[in-house]
Design a protein around this ligand. Structure first.
Ligand code: 25A
Ligand code: L14
Length: 341
């Protein structure tokens, strides 16, 4: 059923999973963008109840999340994992609260819009209480590609390899990269818990669980989420997702075959004028974006724009994005902003 509850101008907002890497960033983004909330609640598991998180010069006391937590709440930003999102969905919607969910739980459901505001804000019109925030690697890819697709008659095929930061797997994964690096340098045995393999001084060509045809689920998400966000099932995506020893910010090497012609010069002109994109591209002077240096930024940074002569209408590019911000927290808050009257 389509949602028919009006959004107040000053909604009550809950952050579910507030103590995680993404939840903390959600609080930061709400504060930095001066989101007009009348009240913000920080929710997490019982383990964190009673601890405090900084917010607007003061602090929020973390409450244990229960089905009753959502009474009187207008917008809930969820980033506590897919299982927790499934468990609380009904209670949230029954309370008349819109759920903006960062997990992978509902992204493929027919009545759940999957939204990147720069690309398909129009899909917010038909939500029925739940809006999904896409996978971070997919968001990073579609923001610049939407603008280029519009300029080149659409996209036929994308070949993408990701270079994903440790923080994509949460706080304990970030700590593991840090600690393993120290252990490696001290010649000590490495503690391997958060990842399947050593991450310090290594790269791992595996993210999430195996699905079909020997792909991993992170790769599958990039295929199906790109089609859903663009509203175009004909776009082919061939991804390889790789974990690299970077703390924060995902990078992507992207080769695109467009339906119509577009020169690298034209592409750069379009990208330089695109909201949410910053072009950093000067080959001769070694100017290109790098993930180790983009922490805390909001845009998708694009460099290395050049012709791909192996196909007709081909371009090759390099993208960098802080996946905790635009890939998760910022995109969710931008969706919330679009729900305001
Ligand atoms: O959808 P998926 O595929 O299932 O993936 C979603 C998960 O991936 C992260 C995010 O992890 C999310 O949980 N994620 C998603 N998108 C991301 C992106 N683009 C992304 N990461 C990076 N980029 P997270 O670490 O950011 O957040 C975890 C939060 O969830 C809370 N939580 C867990 N169970 C809950 C719950 N909240 C309410 N009810 C529940 N039942 C969790 O809160 C955290 O806020 P917490 O209180 O459980 O954890 C507080 C502290 O404890 C550490 N911790 C977590 N697990 C353990 C732990 N410590 C010891 N043992 C553990 N098993 C946390 O690091 C935190 O400091
Ligand atoms: O589907 O880098 O949103 O581990 C976000 C974090 C997928 C994995 C999602 C990572 C997850 C990703």
């Amino acid at each position: 059923m389509p949602w028919n509850k009006e959004m107040p101008a000053n909604p009550v907002v809950a952050v579910a999973g507030a103590t995680g890497v993404v939840g903390r960033e959600m609080l930061k983004v709400l504060e930095q963008r001066d989101f007009p909330a009348s009240k913000v609640k920080a929710l997490a598991s019982a383990r964190s109840a009673g601890t405090t998180l900084p917010f607007k010069g003061g602090e929020l006391t973390v409450e244990e999340m229960t089905p009753e937590s959502f009474e009187g709440v207008d917008i809930a930003l969820f980033s506590a994992g897919a299982g927790v999102s499934r468990q609380f969905r009904q209670a949230v919607v029954d309370a008349g609260c819109v759920m903006i969910d960062n997990s992978s739980a509902f992204r493929q459901e027919k009545d759940v819009p999957l939204v990147v505001p720069e690309v398909n804000a129009h899909d917010l019109a038909w939500h029925s209480g739940v809006i999904a925030n896409p996978n971070c690697s997919t968001i990073e890819m579609v923001v610049p590609l939407k603008a280029l697709a519009d300029a080149a008659g659409g996209i036929k095929r994308i070949v993408v390899s990701t270079y994903q930061a440790a923080s994509g797997a949460g706080m304990k994964a970030m700590n593991e990269l840090y600690n393993q690096t120290k252990q490696f340098l001290a010649g000590e045995p490495l503690t391997i818990e958060a990842f399947s393999d050593q991450i310090a001084f290594n790269v791992i060509p595996h993210i999430d669980v195996p699905v079909e045809d020997d792909y991993y689920k992170e790769e599958w998400k990039m295929v199906v989420e790109t089609k859903k966000i663009f509203g175009d099932d004909s776009i082919e995506v061939a991804p390889t997702c790789v974990r690299v020893p970077v703390l924060r910010c995902h990078a992507e090497s992207v080769n695109v075959e467009f339906n119509g012609p577009i020169s690298p010069e034209k592409a750069k002109e379009v990208l330089a004028a695109t909201e949410g994109v910053t072009l950093e591209d000067d080959c001769a002077n070694l100017v290109y974006p790098m993930p180790g240096l983009k922490q805390g930024t909001d845009d998708v940074y694009v460099g290395r724009v050049r012709i791909d002569r192996t196909v007709e209408n081909g371009l090759a590019m390099w993208f960098v994005m802080d996946q905790i911000r635009k890939g998760a927290a910022l995109n969710a808050v931008q969706i919330a902003e679009r729900l305001l009257p």
